[in-house]
Design a protein around this ligand. Structure first.
Ligand SMILES: [Zn+2]
Length: 218
């Protein structure tokens, strides 16, 4: 059996207009780790890492709430950053990264020392040390959204939600891509566990699009 552990790190965040939960996902084994969507400060990341070696940062998409502490953690750790090629334009654009909507105005530059790896295919295999990830381009919520699979876990950012369809009214959303993206999720094992951007982990079969799909079949 595998010894990869998936840890959901939940952070309560208060923006000037709302309270929200932002999720960061840590993949780890005995001595290595990979972090998705760094919404936690370095001080908290250090506690979760302990003496594990961090291998990479990975983004599901570059909306403000998924990159809240990205600049800080990149300055601290010399590890590569994996993202979709459409994500880079959001770091310096508070309208596109939706922070303006929250009256925060988050903009920053990726540190020059950081090795940025842009994923530009619909499907990529990532070999991050012992962590073998499959990445799938799943636009609709945003044109830089990627869903990652590792073993029986799905890390999907905001591409699917438990009780509602994905949000597609944001600056880089595209409603036309929603159906295609949903078809992708419907093709995955419904017993897999989903880690999304703001909710508690749950089986894929319990998600909105999958429940509707079952109803259509019956
Ligand atoms: Zn988002």
């Amino acid at each position: 059996m595998n010894n990869i552990k998936v840890t959901l790190i939940k952070r309560k965040y208060k923006s000037p207009i709302t309270n929200l939960i932002v999720n960061t996902v840590l993949l780890s084994n005995n001595n290595k780790a990979v972090l998705f969507d760094p919404s936690i400060p370095v001080s908290e990341l250090e506690k979760h890492l302990g003496d594990k070696q961090l291998l990479a940062f990975v983004l599901t998409h570059a909306h403000w709430d998924h990159i809240l502490n990205l600049e800080e953690v990149l300055n601290k750790y010399d590890v590569p950053l994996y993202l979709h090629k459409n994500a880079s334009k959001l770091f310096n654009d508070s309208t596109l990264n939706c922070s303006t909507m929250h009256k925060i105005d988050l903009t920053f530059n990726i540190p020059e020392k950081t090795k940025v790896i842009e994923l530009d295919e619909n499907y990529c295999q990532l070999n991050l040390g012992e962590f073998k990830l499959d990445s799938y381009y799943t636009p609709c919520h945003s044109d830089d959204s990627i869903t990652y699979l590792i073993e029986d876990n799905i890390i999907c950012g905001d591409s699917i939600r438990l009780n509602k369809p994905a949000r597609t009214d944001l600056p880089t959303s595209n409603t036309d891509d929603l159906e295609k993206s949903n078809e992708f999720f419907k093709g995955l094992n419904p017993e897999f566990t989903v880690y999304n951007g703001h909710e508690a982990p749950d089986k894929l079969k319990n998600f909105y699009l999958f429940k509707n799909f079952e109803q259509e079949l019956n």
